[in-house]
Ligand binder design. Structure first.
Ligand code: GLU
Length: 449
């Protein structure tokens, strides 16, 4: 099996693109059925023929996003523009064989043709000695294929215009370049977004004209947001870069995308890339749009995050935040975060001091009762010998008992004194981690406000 991912570097790598890349990668990483232990080849081709919109920065960003996802390619990246000599050779062959012809027909000519022959008649031009190049489409029969996701797809030839495959200046058009490149790379399976389905008959006709056997095709249904509308920025992160900045783990992104519209049971939700490759089947991909729900990704991300070894999670968080020495804070925060981005707002006070949240202060320490509870807590904590979470808990619970309060009436003032807000990792663990001196200092500061 030889598959490819063929992004156009006209923007960032979007989630739909990441899905196409992942599905191709998974296919290439399935061991072949004879059990010989070999696998397929995943190739990367940069479709940079749109010279105005293709930029080096976009190429770099796509490669970076694929690398972050762990979708390493086996061949490439190949530049489509780099294949120009080969495109010219194939074009000359089709012209010489009579499969293609020059034509100066304009859009106006095509319109007139349809007025004469009927709106659903495909345009057929008169061969001329110069001009753009069109491919001959047979007058009868169908151009079709068995889509590995959608089943039989077929287009009547009579309704298809002879497609333009090269401009008058000799530069080839997209569908021609794609077919020639897929042929030369011996691609066996083309897996891409459904938006390309109308290109497929044109590409099939190029294969046919070149006397070659086309690959098999699978078109992946569109991605929708939870509201049923086409996935866009409105639904949250839309590109891989944005998912990364939002603190998602590549493992979770891959896992979630792999499950999108493939009908896995919920209890099969947690996979590594290699496990996904073993389970993935194109015929499990649903024909209806898949729903990308960032809340589900968040949930799955939390699971992946907690499954990491503490040292590994610490390293990722240190990279994400650009801070060091996070280990102990990570240990007490990991149950409370779903993304890497959740960590600093939760635990940053352990390093940078309390946050500034006057409303939380007013609510918990602003009243006489709050101040008194906090003063009692201070006195109790000052007596604690070994400053462990268990000892801190015991001291604070004793205050709760003695004053006949609810736990929160003591814990919350302490929390706001040390964290500045009402969100933090577990209060006993946080206090123990800060240590006695620092905790008392922060409580004194709060009492003096
Ligand atoms: N370059 C196309 C795109 O980025 C993909 C073409 C293909 O996979 O055949 O949408």
């Amino acid at each position: 099996m030889r598959v490819r991912f063929a992004p156009s570097p006209t923007g960032a790598l979007h989630i739909g693109g990441a899905r196409a890349a992942l599905y191709n990668w998974l296919l290439a990483h399935q061991l072949n059925e004879q059990g010989s232990g070999t696998r397929g080849t995943f190739m990367l081709r940069i479709e940079d023929t749109d010279r105005e919109r293709s930029t080096d920065a976009n190429v770099a960003q796509i490669l970076d996003a694929l690398t972050w996802l762990g979708l390493q390619w086996d061949e490439g990246p190949i530049s489509q523009v780099g294949n120009t000599p080969r495109h010219q050779e194939a074009l000359a062959q089709l012209l010489a064989d009579g499969h293609a012809y020059h034509s100066n027909a304009t859009a106006e000519d095509v319109k007139n043709y349809k007025q004469t022959h009927g709106a659903d008649r495909g345009f057929r031009g008169e061969p001329e000695s110069s001009g753009a190049v069109r491919l001959h489409v047979p007058d009868d029969g169908h151009t079709g294929f068995e889509d590995l996701v959608r089943g039989e797809v077929s287009f009547p030839n009579a309704a298809m215009d002879d497609p333009v495959i090269a401009r008058a200046d000799g530069s080839v058009l997209y569908n021609f370049a794609v077919a020639v490149d897929d042929l030369d790379a011996k691609i066996t399976h083309v897996v891409r977004g459904e938006d390309h389905i109308s290109n497929t008959p044109k590409q099939l006709l190029v294969f046919e004209a070149l006397g070659a056997t086309p690959p098999q095709y699978a078109h992946l249904p569109l991605l929708h947001g939870p509201d049923g509308k086409k996935l866009s920025k409105r639904h949250g992160a839309a590109s891989v870069q944005e998912l990364r900045d939002a603190g998602y783990l590549p493992e979770a992104v891959n896992n979630y995308i792999a499950l999108l519209g493939t009908g896995f049971a919920p209890d099969e939700e947690f996979f590594t890339l290699q496990e996904m490759a073993e389970r993935f089947r194109l015929d499990r991909v649903s024909r209806s749009p898949a729903v990308f729900d960032e809340q589900k990704l968040r949930h799955l991300n939390g699971m992946h995050l907690r499954a990491l070894e503490l040292d590994e999670l610490t390293e990722r968080l240190e990279q994400f935040t650009g801070r060091s020495g996070l280990h102990d804070a990570v240990a007490i925060s990991r149950e409370k975060i779903q993304t890497l981005a959740d960590f600093w707002p939760l635990a940053g006070f352990l390093f940078d001091g309390p946050a500034d949240d006057p409303a939380a202060f007013a609510r918990t320490i602003g009243s006489d009762a709050g101040r008194e509870a906090l003063a009692d807590a201070r006195a109790a904590l000052a007596e604690v010998q070994a400053f462990t979470p268990a000892a801190v808990e015991q001291a604070l619970r004793a205050v709760v008992e003695r004053r006949g309060l609810k736990p929160g009436q003591v814990f919350q003032p302490v929390r706001v004194a040390i964290a500045g807000t009402t969100v933090s990792p577990g209060i006993f663990e946080s206090v123990a981690l800060l240590g006695r001196d620092r905790t008392l200092e922060l409580i004194d500061r709060a009492l003096a406000r």
